[in-house]
Design a protein around this ligand. Sequence first.
Ligand code: UDP
Length: 238
Amino acid sequence: MAITHKRILLKISGEVLMGPQSFGIDLPTVERVAEEVIAAKATGAEIALVIGGGNIFRGMAGAAKGMDRVSADHMGIMATIMNALAMQGVLSSKGVDTRVLSAIAMPTVCETYAAGKGIHHLEQGRVVICAGGTGLPFFTTDTGAALRAAELRCSALFKGTSVDGVYAADPKKVPDAKRYKTITYKDVLAQDLKIMDNAAIALARDNGIPVVVFSIREAGNVARVLNGQGTFTTITKD
Ligand code: UDP
């Protein structure tokens, strides 16, 4: 079966890695997500990952308690690097050649992000984990994911969430809310649907990168969606 995209950027929020815990990294869950990545790679697609940090630290939460926002965001950025290292460890233990490229230079820990390096690793069949978001405070890893998708010439941004697509209203609160098969960037922004932050949607729109929203909680779903099957919503220009 022909896959829908040859190279994707898969965004996973940090909260996914908490599993049943209320904080931090749940290793069995990292293992499960790693299996998703392995299955996705087995379709023949090249996979770049961006992992959030919300399971460990969010800058806004720190700032709300009186911390300096820039320092708090730097801590959030560090959290994303911790998650990236956890994922790399698990993927490597499963025999997957993986590189962490960090937006913040940490030469004794991992490589520093550069688009050319990322593309090279992808071409070599390695999983590339882009850590540290954009590397800049006041941004999110969603925006980092859209940025890296553009830089690494990915043909889609896969956003793994806890629901199976984009709904007109929160399906957890409105059980019969309509799920879109496709929706435009414009409508996502106009209806303030909060799938990703507006900067991320705008960056995807400006670079013509479709955003595919699907549930990361269902086993085998990344590969399924790559094969054009299963339930998902595509955010595109029309
Ligand atoms: N962060 C940042 N710049 C970035 C990406 C992340 O400052 O480009 C910080 C920010 O404080 C954010 C935290 O890292 O709250 C964790 O990232 P995010 O909230 O995007 O993680 P997710 O919600 O996907 O788990």
